[in-house]
Structure formats: structure tokens, C-alpha cells
Write a protein that binds this ligand. Structure first.
Ligand SMILES: Cc1cc2nc3c(=O)[nH]c(=O)nc-3n(C[C@H](O)[C@H](O)[C@H](O)COP(=O)(O)OP(=O)(O)OC[C@H]3O[C@@H](n4cnc5c(N)ncnc54)[C@H](O)[C@@H]3O)c2cc1C
Length: 390
């Protein structure tokens, strides 16, 4: 095997095998048809719940399976290799659960994470029509009312919107005390799905716009008042690794499909792979993909050790998503005209891949995060040198 493979511990290897089994038996065979019909597959969700994959990362005491982030990454990669949409649904589960895991009360953790283990998920509702990258610019408001809050506004492109039972809604306090995160029950008057978005890729996921005008009780607040943006960014640190696993999983399939095609198809009297222009594309894909996976598994291990992953998560998301772009692009090129046509696997991968460079912080936003850190660190370093010299 040319591609680098992680050395997993026993528990992570078992999760990887479980995910591969579900992916090959259930998610892969229906992926093309669900993509064509733009159908959110409840059968796949049932399998995620039955296999334990849905809440694998949730600690056992809250109803989950207590898997490490490394195991979760390995499982998402396996699923993404067969069906990127189902892997994205797993990503949404994590994104909705992490604000609760990181800052929720014990009773919130027992209630909402326990429900996730049974398939009743929570979605992460931050983006708005006017504020995606610039999350501080959201306009959804939280006003104090009857000892709780009234939440009013619109949320855009919410993963699992309309199928999740709950939402973590980010809203700004009109009294000027920043942004907070609130738990909102989805199926109640005052929470409406205004549009199910028609997408280019990940078509077997449901992404929706929401309109909110709803009262929530005081215990709907997650963590500290006014600390919502910090919580969103801590959640996205983990989310960036989950998205990177979606990227490397689908890129792995693109690489295998491209290699197969290059060996099987002849042009000018020999297999495509024996033309240097094609062979080198595959050599680059194997190298880039191995590097992205090395980075991803090291970042997940760092998180599992309790290290800070802010910089590594941004670098990994940036690198893995752009590698997946290049690998899938090469795969379509190697498949030629057929790669452009439905239903070849690379055609779907090409569409599924593109969002990975946009959501959970676009490539530009990852570069901004890293530039800010470099600037801060360099100024600190220079001031230390200046003090030493004085
Ligand atoms: C399929 C799908 C699922 C999604 N799921 C969720 C979800 O579950 N929850 C949720 O809250 N949101 C979700 N989103 C929203 C997603 O996170 C946003 O689309 C993303 O953050 C980008 O925001 P935007 O679309 O408003 O683009 P904009 O912020 O308008 O950015 C447009 C372009 O400008 C670039 N740009 C912006 N600012 C700068 C800058 N300062 N310097 C250089 N370039 C810049 C961006 O990188 C991007 O390329 C989802 C979106 C999609 C399409």
C-alpha cells in the first residue's frame, strides 16, 4: 500500500472496521441514487444509530460510546470514502454536540447528548444570509423576556436543518453583551424551515434556512452569557478535523478510482499510467494525500492528549481540503470525458468535494486565522528579544 496508513490502537481500529462495514454495506450502495434524488437517507441515519457511530464520540456517562477523536476521524474517513453525504451528517452531529460537551451543564449533556445517541440530533446554527465567515456580524437577537429569552432572526445553510430535533442557535444580546449560544427545540411554533437548499454536492444531506421567533427558558443558555463566539470557535477547532476527515476519505476514493482507470485504460498503445503525465499525477496525489492524513491523525492525537490544536486544526483543514480538491480534480482528468459524466464515482466526488473548502471556515479564513497567530507570536518573540537586549 503506497498511501500512508495510521497505526490505530485497538479501540480506534475496531471503530474504523465498524464504519467500513456500515459504509460498504449500506451507505456506498445507495450513494449515487440518493445523490441523484437529493434524498436525505433516514435508512442511513438508522444505521448510524444502530452501529453506535452517531454518538461514538460522546462520553459513555452521557449515553455515547466514549470514542477518542482519533477513532472518530478514522470512522468518518471510512464513511466519506463511500458516501461523503453520510460523513457530512456525522460531522453535523459533532458540530451540534460539541458546544454542549464543551460548555453545557450536566443536565444539558445528559439530555441532548443522550438523545443524539438515539438519533435525535442537534444542529449548529451560526451562519446567516449576511454573515458566514464574519460570524461576529450575525443579526439574530436574544432579548430578555419572562425570565428567559426571545430569539428572533434567520439562520442560513443549517446542516440537518428540519431533520434535527434541536438547534444550537447563536444570537446577539440587544443589551450589547456579546453573542450567546442557546438550545432551541426545532419542532415548535416559532421555528420554521423557510427553504431546503438545492445544492451542487452533498446532495444526500439536508441543508435548510430557518426563521426564528421563539421564547426559550433560562436553562437554554449554553455556558456563559456573551461567550458564544468563543464557544463557536472552540467547537470549530474540532469540526475542522472532522471536515478534514471528510476530505481525506473522499480523496482516497478519488485516488483509487484514478489509479484503477489509469491501469485499465489504454491510449496510444499502452495503459494511461505508463504515460508520464498521468503517472506523475498519481504520484503527486499519493504524496499529497499521505501528507494530509499524517497531519490529520497527528492533530487528532494531539487533541486526544489534551494539547491545544488551534493552529494545527486550521493548518490541517486548509491543507486537507485543498489536497482533496487537487486529488479529485486529477481523478476527473484521468477519467477523461467519462469522469465528467454521471454516474461515474469521480463526477460525484468532484461536486461533493467543493464545499469542504468553504464551510467551517473557508481556506481564506484558515489563512486569516494563521496569519493572526503568526503576527501575535512574532510580536511576542520580538518583544522578548528586545527585553533580553535591554
Ligand atoms: C452545504 C452547506 C452546509 C453548511 N452547514 C452549516 C451549518 O451546519 N451551520 C452553519 O452555521 N453554517 C453552515 N454553512 C454555512 C457556511 O459555514 C458558510 O457558507 C461559510 O462559513 C462561508 O460563509 P458565506 O457563505 O457567507 O461566505 P462569505 O463569508 O460571504 O465569503 C465569501 C468568500 O469571501 C471570502 N472571504 C470572506 N472574508 C474574507 C477576508 N477577510 N479575506 C479574504 N477572503 C474573505 C471567503 O473565504 C469566501 O471565499 C453551510 C454551508 C453550506 C453550503
Amino acid at each position: 500500500m503506497i498511501l500512508w496508513e495510521p497505526k490505530l490502537d485497538e479501540a480506534a481500529a475496531a471503530w474504523k472496521a465498524t464504519a467500513a462495514n456500515s459504509a460498504e454495506t449500506f451507505f456506498g450502495p445507495s450513494a449515487s441514487q440518493n445523490d441523484l434524488n437529493q434524498e436525505y437517507s433516514h435508512t442511513n441515519v438508522e444505521e448510524l444509530v444502530k452501529s453506535g457511530l452517531a454518538a461514538m464520540f460522546v462520553p459513555k456517562k452521557y449515553g455515547g460510546r466514549g470514542a477518542s477523536l482519533t477513532a472518530t476521524i478514522a470512522a468518518i474517513e471510512e464513511v466519506s470514502a463511500c458516501c461523503a453525504s453520510t460523513a457530512a451528517i456525522m460531522g453535523v452531529y459533532q458540530l451540534g454536540a460539541f458546544p454542549i460537551l464543551l460548555a453545557g451543564s450536566e443536565s444539558q449533556k445528559h439530555h441532548y447528548l443522550g438523545e443524539l445517541a438515539e438519533g435525535r440530533a442537534t444542529s449548529f446554527a451560526l451562519s446567516e444570509r449576511g454573515a458566514g465567515s464574519d460570524a461576529a456580524g450575525i443579526e439574530t437577537t436574544a432579548t430578555e423576556e419572562n425570565n428567559g429569552w426571545r430569539i428572533r432572526g434567520e439562520k442560513y445553510w443549517i446542516g440537518n436543518g428540519g431533520v434535527s430535533k434541536y438547534y444550537v442557535v447563536f444570537a446577539k444580546h440587544l443589551e450589547g453583551q456579546g453573542i450567546s449560544a442557546f438550545l432551541v427545540e426545532g419542532h415548535q411554533p416559532g421555528v420554521a424551515v423557510t427553504e431546503v437548499v438545492d445544492k451542487m454536492g452533498l446532495r444526500a444531506t439536508q441543508t435548510s434556512n430557518l426563521e426564528l421567533d421563539v421564547w426559550v427558558p433560562p436553562d437554554a443558555l449554553i455556558g456563559e452569557r456573551g461567550k458564544g463566539l468563543r464557544l463557536a470557535s472552540q467547537t470549530l477547532n474540532v469540526g475542522r478535523l472532522t471536515v478534514s476527515a471528510q476530505a481525506t476519505g473522499l480523496a482516497r476514493t478519488a485516488y483509487f478510482e484514478a489509479s484503477r482507470r489509469a491501469v485499465e485504460r489504454n491510449a496510444f498503445g499502452k495503459p494511461l499510467i505508463n504515460h508520464q503525465g498521468t503517472g506523475f499525477k498519481l504520484a503527486d496525489a499519493a504524496t499529497q494525500l499521505s501528507a494530509a492524513r499524517l497531519m490529520l491523525y497527528e492533530a487528532a492525537a494531539a487533541y486526544d492528549r489534551g494539547d491545544s490544536i488551534e493552529a494545527l486544526a486550521a493548518m490541517t483543514k486548509l491543507f486537507a481540503s485543498e489536497v482533496s480538491h487537487d486529488v479529485v480534480d486529477s481523478a476527473v482528468q484521468i477519467w477523461g470525458g467519462q469522469g465528467y459524466c454521471w454516474p461515474t464515482p469521480v463526477e460525484r466526488l468532484y461536486r461533493d468535494q467543493r464545499i469542504i473548502e468553504i464551510y467551517e471556515g473557508s481556506s481564506e479564513i484558515q489563512r486569516m486565522v494563521l496569519t493572526r497567530m503568526i503576527n501575535r507570536q512574532t510580536i511576542q518573540h520580538l518583544s522578548t528579544i528586545a527585553v533580553d537586549k535591554a
